[in-house]
Ligand binder design. Structure first.
Ligand code: 13P
Length: 289
């Protein structure tokens, strides 16, 4: 059943669990995420980066929305990390339910006005699904671009209060030491900062760069109010690793066999994350009262 970012995160915030938002690029990825969520009775978010949207366009969004419509669990289709109002409009026109307005390259005042403008635009469309915003700057590999470690900016709790109040965003991505892609050093999250942010803002918090974070860190940040976790690298590595292995082992491979193997390898990762985020068997939270 089709859902939205806003509707998936509201019960997660109240009941203290996380919803997985998995970056997908094609049929295999979207199928793996939805099947894993169905097998564990979990809500889930299919999310597309602008590069995937550019590659797959309306057909890729339609694939996601049609899998979401048919799923036995609530599924939202979300545009990840977008700094362009035009691409956001295009994605909404293709049928995504919600977007991430990424103004993290901008100073505070311009990030506020960009995010507020996107919130207003999305609100003017049918069936408002929500806007996620970012305050601070997460480093690492983001949609094919490297954001150097020295460009990382931690989210400031006082700014978070102003930002949320002035933008009307529905979810806030924070930078507390989390990194997109591979952690080249053991991850260090600033839990005190997260605690302060959570005390100031009352909207669901989002953690990007979930791949590679130890389980105990995930459990701990859920306790501080993180209810959306973005996962890209681990699911993509599972796909590519399985393909590489099969292609190296066999001279001839049916493409459909490769696709099935790729789906199963990604499904294992998604199921492990869903269990860790605590969203398995949480479907009842979404039944109309
Ligand atoms: P990882 O690639 O580190 O899992 O991060 C994904 C992400 O945050 C996408 O927005």
């Amino acid at each position: 059943m089709r859902s939205t970012l806003k509707d998936l995160l509201a019960p997660a915030q109240v009941q203290n669990y996380g919803v997985g938002a998995f970056n997908i690029y094609n049929l295999e990825g979207a199928t793996a995420v939805v099947q894993a969520a169905e097998e564990l009775n979990s809500p889930v978010i299919l999310q597309l980066l602008p590069s995937a949207l550019k590659m797959g366009g309306r057909p890729l969004v339609s694939l996601c929305t049609s899998l979401a419509d048919k799923a036995s669990v609530p599924v939202a289709v979300h545009l990840d990390h977008c700094s362009s109002a035009e691409i956001i409009d295009q994605a909404l026109g293709y049928g995504v339910d919600s977007v991430m307005a990424d103004g993290s390259e901008l100073d505070l005042a311009r990030n506020i006005s960009f995010t507020r403008e996107i919130v207003e635009r999305v609100r003017s469309t049918n069936g408002y699904g929500g806007v996620e915003a970012e305050l601070g700057k997460i480093s690492g590999m983001e949609d094919g671009e490297i954001v150097e470690a020295h460009h990382q900016q931690m989210t400031k709790p006082d700014e978070a209060l102003t930002f949320v109040r002035e933008t009307g965003a529905d979810a806030l991505a924070v930078c507390i030491g989390n990194v997109h892609g591979t952690y080249h050093r053991p991850p260090q999250l600033d839990f005190n900062r997260l605690d302060e942010i959570a005390a100031k803002v009352n909207i669901p918090l989002v953690l990007h760069g979930t791949s590679g974070l130890p389980d105990e860190m995930i459990t701990r940040v859920i306790g501080y109010g993180v209810c959306k976790f973005n996962v890209n690298t681990e699911i993509r590595s599972a796909y590519l690793g399985r393909m590489r292995h099969l292609l190296c082992q066999h001279d001839r491979c049916e493409l459909t066999t490769l696709m099935k193997e790729a789906i199963n390898s990604m499904k294992d990762v998604v199921k492990e994350k869903i269990r860790l985020f605590g969203s398995a068997e949480k479907v009842l939270a979404y039944e109309p009262s």
